[in-house]
Ligand binder design. Structure first.
Ligand code: SF4
Length: 177
């Protein structure tokens, strides 16, 4: 029988949630035996598969590319997990929301440029006017809060989902919980 599949996705986040995933250490071996990792910044596959059992989505939606990805992920995924506070509440990336997109680009690429001044047009995807958490665009099945969620919380959520249970996260949001 084929194993469940796992995707991990990095949208507008700092990758700290993925670092916390790596901090599972030897428990990664246990998970690796239980799932096939089919898409992730940690593996080489570049295209989101047609069907995924569980997706951990880190980061908020801040660009047209993020938006395209989250719709595709929702369409192709059984259980979508908002992985960390940026995905579930916007968190750090929403700090740009009080400013206009043009102001943000001008400040980052022109006013503070030290080497090459100019806003790239073919490297960064077009930014949306505001950064939003993912549940404002698609249904989320599990909210895994924390900045980042602790390795214990990540392990708990994944093992519960793989056992066919809905995680009860009421007492699992603090590091080491
Ligand atoms: Fe980084 Fe925290 Fe956002 Fe995770 S929730 S991507 S650790 S800022």
């Amino acid at each position: 029988m084929s194993k469940p599949t796992l995707a991990t996705v990095w949208l507008d986040g700092c990758s700290g949630c993925h670092m916390s995933l790596i901090d599972l250490d030897e428990r990664l071996l246990e998970l690796a035996a239980a799932v096939d990792v089919v898409y992730s910044p940690l593996v080489d596959l570049k295209d989101y598969p047609e069907h995924v059992t569980i997706a951990l989505v880190e980061g908020a939606i801040s660009s047209e590319e993020d938006l395209h990805k989250i719709y595709l992920i929702r369409e192709r995924t059984d259980i979508l997990v908002a992985f960390g506070d940026c995905a579930s509440a916007g968190n750090v990336p929403t700090m740009r929301n009080p400013f206009k997109v043009q102001e943000v680009l001008d400040h980052g690429y022109i006013e503070t440029a030290e080497i090459t001044e100019g806003i790239p047009t073919d490297v960064i995807p077009a930014l949306l006017p505001y950064v939003r958490p993912i549940q404002e665009f698609v249904n989320v099945d599990v909210f895994m809060q924390g900045c980042p969620p602790s390795p214990d919380v990540i392990y708990y959520v994944l093992t519960e989902l793989l056992a066919g249970r809905k995680p009860d996260l009421a007492n699992k949001t603090q590091p080491g919980a």
